[in-house]
Ligand binder design. Structure first.
Ligand code: F6P
Length: 497
């Protein structure tokens, strides 16, 4: 009989300062704006999820110094303390060369691993030189981590697809350091992963970690399938543990979440009510106009084009909503150095303009398209006032916008529509689940949301809010770190010292 593998003993809580998070994207960037050094939080789910965690636990975040003013803001050890208004943790910046950025980040990470893992295979742009850049970039991160570990041993928590080789590079030098990995994006099946010439190197790099956590059980299973298929001879797989070259890696799934309390509290403030009034004025929407919201990085995986086709179908199939429903799309530019992203942005702009020309009236626009970053307070105001939120990703590890919308819906009036291809759909089952490839089906789901009786909207929203209250970002971090045997102090323990 095969015995299930035994989990490692749980140890005492780690000293917070021993947590070392590492990701490519830094949580705060310094930029020169009119000769002033300005510190801004960066975009994306990873930052919005992990910044509250580090603020609560303290520790160090190691990341690429991507801002044009980053070097001027660090001490001689390349460290600055963030958030700027209430420093709570160390941010150690890693300096990448032009080739490492071009080959590693823009090339192999964004144009090979990203489309591969999201199974948007026509977008994969492979080159050997980008792999070399990826290796060099991972080495650069590993050097900074080893330097950190030299002075203060700690737990290294590696995030995302940019750094798949880091666990192996750390363990080669410091085999006793605990290394945990969280993979934020989907993991593909062996039929897709086999496209990658360096599939063995990526798998080996990750299997040097002590734990490897995915967003969904589906991704965790597919990873195990890949390990089984591509490292067959050397690996032994028992339940959710992979033994490879004498080392065991625990494979698990824990869905990332949001800082529920922060969103809910902000959404309930008087200033948000004022921000809502101002936003409606700014958007030029007449009183009584119902609103939908979409908030996304301008990334093809978010299915923005399909969303607009669905809205086109909605106004065609449900003409009585012309003049009384407006969809507000907040689109945050991302990875603009990559041509695919620049072209995607152009197509999005053109599509919005075609739809607005087709249905728009003198005092009404079907789509209000706002490109750029958005302040937290404004974002929460949009979430609270929107009658519905539409998430139409063609593939998405989780999609935190869905969870942020629910957390901000303090009036329990809104309806969430979420793609069946986003991890969030597995948990937020009271949302209307849509298929982004089916424009007409999505259009009818928008109508269903707008026509849903208030008590049903409230019941669905309340169920999801209750779920997120306990399945928040702090529960997620505790679950992830428990995989490597660490029990974190509870929120209460931290707050009461
Ligand atoms: O969650 C996926 C992710 O790639 C994160 O790692 C990243 O911070 C975010 O999307 C934004 O992308 P980028 O760092 O390329 O701007």
């Amino acid at each position: 009989m095969v015995r299930p593998p035994i989990r490692p003993e749980q140890t005492a809580p780690p000293a917070p300062s021993r947590l070392i998070v590492v990701s490519n994207r830094e949580p705060y960037e310094h930029r020169w704006v009119e000769e002033q050094l300005v510190c801004q939080r960066t975009d994306g789910g990873l930052t919005s999820a992990l910044d509250p965690v580090l603020c609560r636990l303290g520790g160090t975040w190691v990341a690429w110094g991507s801002g044009d003013g980053d070097r001027e803001a660090v001490n001689p050890g390349d460290v600055t303390h963030v958030p700027p208004d209430a420093p709570a943790y160390r941010l150690r910046r890693v300096w990448l060369s032009r080739d490492e950025v071009k080959g590693g980040y823009l090339g192999y990470a964004n144009q090979v691993l990203w489309p591969l893992c999201h199974t948007t295979l026509d977008r994969v742009m492979y080159s050997k030189s980008s792999w070399e850049g990826y290796v060099a970039m991972n080495r650069r991160f590993a050097e900074a981590l080893l330097d950190e570990l030299h002075d203060r041993p700690g737990l290294v928590w590696v995030h995302d697809f940019h750094l798949a080789l880091v666990p192996g590079l750390i363990k080669a030098v410091r085999p006793t350091t605990t290394v945990a990995v969280f993979w934020h994006i989907p993991w593909p099946g062996p039929d897709v992963f086999r496209i990658l010439p360096e599939r063995r190197e990526i798998l080996e790099g990750l299997l040097a970690a002590d734990s490897l956590v995915f967003q969904t059980a589906g991704s965790a299973d597919l990873f195990i399938d890949c390990a089984r298929q591509f490292l067959q001879a050397e690996s032994e797989i028992t339940g959710k543990a992979v033994d490879y070259k004498g080392h065991r890696t625990w494979i698990a799934a824990h869905a990332i979440s949001v800082d529920y309390q922060t969103f809910a509290e902000q959404a309930g403030t008087v200033s948000v009510e004022q921000a809502i009034r101002q936003a409606r004025e700014r958007l030029g929407v007449a009183p009584g106009t119902r609103l939908g919201i979409g908030v996304d990085r301008l990334d093809y995986t978010k299915g923005l084009l399909k969303r607009f086709w669905a809205l086109d179908a909605f106004f065609a199939r449900h003409p009585h909503y012309r003049g009384s429903f407006t969809f507000v799309q907040i689109a945050v530019p991302t990875r603009s150095e990559v041509e695919t992203y620049r072209r995607y942005r152009e197509v999005i702009r053109q599509t919005v303009s075609v739809i607005n020309d087709r249905y728009g009236q003198a005092d009404w626009r079907p789509i209000v398209y706002l490109e750029g970053r958005i302040r937290f307070e404004t974002l929460v105001a949009y979430y609270r006032m929107a009658d519905l939120a539409l998430v139409s990703s063609v593939n998405d590890g989780m999609n935190l916008v869905a969870k942020e919308y629910v957390a901000s819906q303090v009036d329990e009036r809104g309806v969430l529509l979420v793609s069946q291809m986003a991890g969030a759909a597995e948990e937020l089952t009271e949302a209307l689940i849509i298929n982004p490839y089916d424009a007409e089906g999505t259009a009818d789901a928008v109508a269903q949301a707008l026509e849903m009786p208030p008590d049903e909207r409230q019941r669905r929203m309340r169920t999801m809010r209750t779920y997120l209250q306990t399945h928040d970002i702090h529960a997620w971090v505790a679950n992830c770190l428990r995989e490597v045997g660490l029990l974190l102090p509870t929120r209460h323990e931290v707050e009461t010292g």
